[in-house]
Ligand binder design. Structure first.
Ligand code: HEC
Ligand code: HEC
Ligand code: HEC
Ligand code: HEC
Ligand code: HEC
Length: 196
């Protein structure tokens, strides 16, 4: 059985988050509903910190309303250190056909088609970035059955993505400490684990 021992500092928020999570999970998420968060709500990022993006792409519509799996677009998250933001070609799998049901959606989807026609990547503004001296790998965490939402929050409810967890060393180490003796997925807090 895959069980995590996560710090229980935010039990109240857990119930709310678990309800929010039931709508969407990565492919492996249904195996282990860790559904827990590691920091109190007061430390969560602010929705107003979301940057303005070149296209008004909304996770709440794609990952929320239409339940497109996270790994459909972030297809390296279970295979490599980096999750990756999808290329325009991934968008065009649907938007060759789907032009939008409202004038606003049509206008924003037309921008996507325009980048595609010109052969240009969409210049998305990057949100999460660790300093170069810190090493993180998506594969290790996602393969262990961890939900994206544990670290990124309820993305499927966000119109625009913002940084939900602090990504500070203390945040990483708190969860690693709680899983030091995890029978299946033991962690380490040696400096070289995260500083190569
Ligand atoms: C249809 C494709 C698609 C799906 C499905 C999707 N995303 Fe995304 N995601 C994107 C695009 C495009 C961006 C870059 C624009 C933005 O930030 O909104 C992005 C950005 C992100 C970012 C921020 C990247 C950064 O720059 O730091 C995170 C985190 C993220 N997605 C997580 C998720 C999670 C978790 C799910 C599932 C609940 C999900 N995404 C589903 C396309 C998708
Ligand atoms: C254990 C915490 C954790 C989990 C679980 C996690 N992420 Fe991340 N994510 C991070 C951190 C930390 C970064 C910043 C990484 C960096 O800068 O090297 C990040 C960055 C990203 C980015 C932007 C940079 C990149 O790697 O492309 C995307 C997109 C993303 N995550 C999507 C996802 C998706 C989708 C899932 C679930 C399949 C997921 N993450 C699961 C912690 C996590
Ligand atoms: C699996 C199918 C699918 C994929 C892949 C997909 N979309 Fe969509 N998208 C939809 C559907 C369905 C709608 C809703 C259309 C409507 O009713 O107006 C939509 C709506 C939109 C809209 C208008 C609503 C909003 O989100 O603001 C934008 C902009 C958009 N998509 C951009 C993108 C981009 C950029 C990508 C690639 C990162 C992408 N889509 C990938 C199915 C998809
Ligand atoms: C919610 C819990 C959680 C958070 C938050 C978390 N981790 Fe982890 N991490 C784990 C678990 C569990 C494993 C063990 C996975 C396994 O055994 O395959 C792990 C494994 C790792 C590994 C692989 C260790 C090895 O022996 O090679 C690295 C590197 C790592 N984490 C770095 C980070 C960094 C850096 C952060 C913060 C940016 C972070 N982790 C945040 C739970 C977490
Ligand atoms: C589980 C992962 C993890 C472990 C273990 C870890 N660190 Fe870090 N460390 C990080 C991350 C992520 C950052 C970047 C974010 C930040 O500055 O908080 C960081 C930042 C730092 C910084 C820069 C702080 C600053 O203010 O710029 C120093 C110095 C540091 N770590 C030293 C250590 C030492 C010494 C150890 C061993 C006792 C250690 N770290 C163990 C993840 C880790």
């Amino acid at each position: 059985m895959k069980t995590y021992f996560l710090p229980l500092t935010a039990l109240a928020a857990v119930t709310i988050l678990a309800a929010a999570l039931s709508g969407c999970s990565p492919a492996r998420g249904s195996e282990t509903k860790d559904g827990l968060i590691t920091v109190p709500a007061s430390e969560h990022g602010n929705p107003s910190s979301a940057p303005v993006q070149p296209v008004d792409y909304r996770h709440s519509i794609h990952a929320g309303q239409y339940k497109i799996p996270c790994l459909y677009c972030h297809s390296y998250a279970d295979k490599s250190p980096v999750a990756n933001v999808p290329a325009v070609s991934t968008c065009m799998n649907c938007h060759r056909i789907i032009a939008g049901s409202t004038p606003y959606n049509q206008q924003e989807i037309a921008k996507v088609v325009d980048y595609w026609t010109k052969g240009q990547p969409i210049p998305w503004v990057s949100i999460h970035r660790l300093p170069d001296h810190a090493y993180f790998s998506h594969k290790r965490h996602v393969k262990a059955g961890m939900q994206c939402q544990t670290c990124h929050g309820p993305i499927q409810n966000m119109d625009h993505v913002y940084q939900y967890s602090s990504l500070k060393m203390g945040w990483c180490v708190t969860c690693h400490k709680a899983n030091l003796h995890n029978a299946q997925f033991a962690t380490s807090i040696d400096c070289y684990t995260c500083h190569k």
